[in-house]
Write a protein that binds this ligand. Sequence first.
Ligand code: COA
Length: 228
Amino acid sequence: MFVEPQRSDPEVLAKKRAVNPNVRTPGLMEWITDDDGRIVNFRIAGETTWSRFVDLYSAWFFNNFVTYIPLHFVRQAYLRAFGASIGKDTAINRGTNVWSIRLIVIGDRVSIGFRCLLDARAGIAIGDDVIIASDTHMIAGGHDINHPDFPPAPNPPDPIVIDHHVWIASRAMILPCLIGSGAVVAAHAVVVNDIPPLGIAGGVPAKVIGKRNPDALRYSGKFKVPLF
Ligand SMILES: CC(C)(COP(=O)(O)OP(=O)(O)OC[C@H]1O[C@@H](n2cnc3c(N)ncnc32)[C@H](O)[C@@H]1OP(=O)(O)O)[C@@H](O)C(=O)NCCC(=O)NCCS
């Protein structure tokens, strides 16, 4: 018997789109079932076998080779060529891994550290002057853990949206959420809920532990050392 997988809340997506109208998300998943109604696979509306192949192997090649090339402009040109939107004066350092390159949207003067993970299979949108410290993982996708067939969930997928002047400290883990402008995520936090603008959040799961001075948001997030 077919069991409908978890649906996403349209209001959650609308709230994220209001903060960053450029956010890109995949289409609705259509389930492929066997004779008993069990989910054996899925199709994403608007995608073809070729586009899924390109999506998967462009990221695979980046993660295994391109991300280790010590030339910043080569790495960025590759990501842009496969559809990522990356603003001016933005840096993505070596060893950072990606999935679904075309669903990555990054603003101007953003610094992304070494060995981060941008798993954009449900979409990742980052505003301007955001600093993301090394070893941070951003995972915008998941599974319906209460469904007998463990399908991807929710449907349609729920992206990560990070507004401008956010600082994410080392080794944080960001799951689908909205991080408000000027917020800070403390080192090693696991963010499972939205963080309000100027909120300082830390811990597992991350909770608001302080508030940032709104006058502190005049800096540029541009990476300060020569780019390799
Ligand atoms: C978030 C951060 C900036 C806060 O620094 P701070 O303002 O000096 O905060 P304090 O050390 O005074 O701590 C304030 C409170 O937050 C708590 N706290 C601090 N860091 C925390 C963390 N990573 N996780 C959970 N709680 C944290 C403290 O325990 C303290 O709680 P208390 O008031 O109940 O005692 C800092 O802890 C941090 O995570 N720095 C990241 C460094 C880093 O990753 N650098 C990368 C370079 S880009």
